[in-house]
Write a protein that binds this ligand. Structure first.
Ligand code: SF4
Ligand code: F3S
Ligand code: ZN
Length: 103
């Protein structure tokens, strides 16, 4: 599962589509965590798609991740500022790849 303390345990190494990327990153096998308020661990995401289907405000968009061992697309929190903290995505992800900081 995603480390809910990633903000303490990781460092921001990049920016992607207006959100932070938390390392370590070693492309294409290791992609880190995308987003902060809505954080997706790209190294855990296996492209189930439930988060894209269920988010009521369309926070997620697919991005390509060719060469990653888990999946060749990832759910990117492209619109994390729109999140309404419903926690649906956290509940439906089968591999617990998403952390939403609703505190
Ligand atoms: Fe979307 Fe709700 Fe997840 Fe926020 S908590 S990203 S609104 S499903
Ligand atoms: Fe990935 Fe979980 Fe969404 S596996 S596509 S973050 S439901
Ligand atoms: Zn991203």
């Amino acid at each position: 599962a995603i480390d809910s303390n990633f903000e303490e345990n990781r460092e921001i190494v990049d920016e992607h589509e207006g959100h932070d990327v938390w390392g370590p990153v070693d492309e294409p096998e290791q992609l880190g965590i995308h987003g902060t308020h809505v954080a997706v661990d790209f190294d855990i995401c296996l492209a189930d798609g439930a988060c894209l289907e269920d988010c009521p405000v369309d926070v997620f968009e697919w991005v390509d991740s060719p060469g990653h061992p888990e999946s060749e697309i990832k759910a990117d929190p492209a619109n994390e500022a729109q999140c309404i903290d419903c926690m649906l995505c956290v509940d439906v992800c089968p591999v617990d790849a998403i952390d939403v900081d609703a505190g």
